[in-house]
Design a protein around this ligand. Structure first.
Ligand SMILES: [Zn+2]
Length: 266
């Protein structure tokens, strides 16, 4: 069994302030270590379920947060960014049996994580897909769905876990914290590791047909920018139309056209 784990930090246990996500700032090292331990726990759960090849994408910021030495030997770690439009699941293809998310967080435009954002927080107020706020989780889940790779597991904040279970209640979710205003309420970091390990094992032992997700037949992408300049730039992209003072829309039937548009517009 070959599995892909995409890891972020804003949904890691305890992480509450932007400084804790930025290399060089106070608290970063401690939470990057917890991110590594949560990915390690996910890898151990996957091993227990019979995974023999595990690819890990370090998908936060520069993509250089995880300590590979602490992960099992049969892991491959993708550090940095190739520039491929699959973004936080770059390298994913139909040869993978499952996709798992660790440390994921609520989307821009939600209030369930003090660090809620979608892709590029400095540029984007929110992104919507077919009228609903778009999370990084859903954006990449649809890429996996397009490639016929089931999404089986998510750990992160409670708001995002609820979203995942609305999409498919069989996805195993481990909420490690709840965001309230500018605060978080987290479970103990060591308990999080145990729950993630067991949750991943459980998710990979289920019948994978339970994880089926239907892609919508057509898509409308809506992006709200913070700056007028970014709105004006977006209007250069073929098919993009302005629908509000700082809002643009782009329509496509093929989800890959949405992924391509996000690569250039976000
Ligand atoms: Zn991140």
């Amino acid at each position: 069994m070959k599995v892909y784990i995409s890891a972020d930090i804003e949904g890691v246990t305890g992480v509450t302030h932007w400084d804790e996500t930025i290399k060089g700032k106070e608290g970063y090292e401690k939470y990057a270590q917890q991110m590594t331990l949560e990915v390690k726990a996910a890898c151990e759960g996957a091993l227990n379920a019979g995974a023999d090849e595990i690819w890990v994408k370090d998908a936060h910021d520069s993509g250089r947060n995880l300590d590979h030495n602490q992960l099992p030997k049969n892991t491959k770690l993708i550090r940095g960014w190739t520039g491929h439009m699959y973004s936080m699941v770059q390298g994913l293809d139909p040869t993978f049996d499952a996709l798992l998310f660790v440390g994921y967080h609520s989307a821009s435009g939600t209030n369930t994580n003090p660090l809620a954002h979608t892709m590029n927080d400095s540029k984007i107020n929110y992104i919507k897909l077919n009228g609903e706020i778009l999370s990084e989780f859903l954006f990449h889940t649809y890429i996996a769905t397009y490639l016929n790779v089931p999404v089986v597991f998510l750990s992160g904040d409670l708001g995002l876990c609820d979203e995942a279970n609305r999409i498919n209640s069989n996805i195993v979710t481990i909420p490690v914290k709840e965001g309230i205003g500018g605060a978080t309420i987290s479970i103990h970091p060591q308990l999080a590791l145990e729950l993630i390990k067991d949750g991943v094992e459980e998710s990979l032992k289920k019948d994978f047909s339970l994880y089926k997700i239907q892609l919508p037949e057509s898509f409308q992408l809506e992006i709200s920018y913070r700056e007028n300049r970014d709105l004006m730039k977006a209007l250069n992209y073929p098919g993009v139309e302005q629908i509000g003072p700082k809002e643009v829309a782009f329509k496509a039937d093929d989800y890959m056209e949405i992924v391509r548009a996000v690569e250039f517009l976000v």
